[in-house]
Ligand binder design. Sequence first.
Ligand SMILES: [Zn+2]
Length: 234
Amino acid sequence: MRQLRRENRMSEKRIEKIRCPKCGGEHEFTIWNRINTELDPDLREKVISGELFRTVCPSCGQTIDVIYPCLYHQMGDKFMIYYAPGQEAMRQAVEAFREGTEEIGIKRGSGPDEEGYTYRVVGSLYDLQEKIAIFEAGLDDRVIEICKVYIGSELQESQKTADFDDLRYYRDQNGHDRIALMKEGNAFASSVFPRDLYKGISEHYKALIERHGGETVIDMNWVMNSVSEEEKKQ
Ligand SMILES: [Zn+2]
């Protein structure tokens, strides 16, 4: 077992002044650049609710989204997700995981599955929240992304007016898997996420996932690139 450096196991925060875009007033806000949910379990809730990336101006009541990078570590479920907003930040985060930098807090050797850990890089808070939901449900996000491509094209065929720009996995209050139809970041409808599809996709794409599944950015582009790589081989 590799030892994580002690300081890297800890959560890390700093206070920053936030200027309200509406009234120009300033107030202090806590930025969490590193989260270890084992040590600070309430932070998990605040990531899921979005509270950690949002503040309300005390002067005028304006809600302000605060976008900043955050390394999210949920040790109990063995996953680490780097929320890196912006393309350049994502590229650097991918590099940091590849090299196992001190910033990440791990020196890694072989693959992303070392010690059964999953490492991911996401560019938006929604993606971070979705990955947490997927991993907590014990599911494989690579399979989910392929399923979403299938579900998306089925929806487009069956309802010609289906006006969604993204699909998102979530688990409802009864513990059922669902897929939300998104438009500009807002869910406006949802449907049941079929487990038999998950099972079928997971079997059918087993080889593809083994060959291309070592990436840290797993999204629709990953599906498209992996599929076209496989087609080139044939
Ligand atoms: Zn204000």
